[in-house]
Unconditional design. Structure first.
Length: 283
């Protein structure tokens, strides 16, 4: 297997069952097993599934002897956290690495965040929690609650509607806010490709995961929020790849300490882009 540079190690969480890919469950689990045996296996993080599908995923995982590492998206709010974690603890076929829970849209986001972190405190041991707070309302106060509890944040960077794609300024504000509070974060949706671009089929403006990596690094190095936003707007793949290649091992590791991963319904697209940019070996 090829060695994956620290900047990209376990960067892509395999969300093949989610839109727009929506691979059938059995096919998605089988494809994930193939990714984890491929030369680029070090690029791939855990398999992402919902709590609704957790039992079916466990049954499919039983077809091979190695337990399947999963990140579980909670669909029912704070009350769904404990059952998913406890099921993972009892299952011989699964290892729950993280849970992901979205705050409900309500006036007091921070109160909702408090319910979520209390539920996490009651049942999480080795697992991590990523709290999707959104970028509307008093989201920074909700982020304060997540920070105080020592959990991580989650940012939705796209979806099936243009309203789900935050602007570069909004993403820069989120990154800056997380780093100011020493909160790690992951991203999800719309981030399949390395470089910012306009999708040919939809016209949606997609962020690039390489842009987000470099924006995180820039913020850590003291860049202003406007400078971070400018990096997120950059569409020059060669220039971005050159910046990434110049990072030291320590810089790469510290960048990934904060931007932990992103969920993608495709593992092949990120792998292809990184190979095309010369950032991964072509194997």
């Amino acid at each position: 297997m090829s060695t994956i540079p620290a900047l990209f190690r376990h960067l892509v969480d395999d969300a093949a069952m989610f839109p727009p890919g929506e691979l059938p469950l059995a096919d998605a689990v089988a494809a994930h097993r193939e990714h984890r045996q491929a030369p680029y296996a070090g690029l791939v993080g855990p398999f992402v599934c919902t709590d609704d599908n957790l039992m079916k995923v466990a049954a499919e995982a039983a077809r091979t002897p190695e337990p399947l590492e999963v990140s579980v998206v909670i669909t029912g709010g704070a009350g769904g956290i404990e059952p998913a974690v406890r099921y993972g603890d009892r299952s011989a076929n699964l290892v729950v690495k993280a849970i992901e829970v979205r705050l409900r849209s309500e006036d007091d986001l921070s109160r909702n965040a408090l319910r979520v972190v209390r539920a996490c405190d009651d049942c999480l041991d080795e697992e991590n929690a990523f709290v999707e707070i959104g970028l509307d309302g008093a989201w920074e106060r909700a982020l304060d609650v997540v920070a105080d509890a020592g959990y991580a944040a989650k940012l939705r960077t796209g979806g099936l509607d243009p309203s789900l794609f935050p602007t570069a300024d909004q993403v820069a504000a989120f990154i800056t806010a997380c780093l100011d509070r020493e909160v790690a974060f992951k991203c999800t949706a719309g981030l399949h490709n390395a470089v910012r671009h306009t999708a040919v089929d939809t016209g949606f403006e997609h962020h690039g995961f390489l842009n987000v990596l470099l924006a995180t690094r820039a913020s850590l190095d003291g860049s202003s929020q406007d400078e971070v936003a400018a990096l997120l707007e950059n569409r020059d793949g060669e220039a971005l790849a050159a910046k990434a290649s110049e990072l030291s091992e320590d810089q790469a590791v510290s960048t990934r300490r904060w931007f932990t991963s992103f969920g993608s319904c495709s593992v092949d697209e990120p792998h292809h882009d990184l190979t095309a940019l010369g950032l991964l070996e072509a194997k």
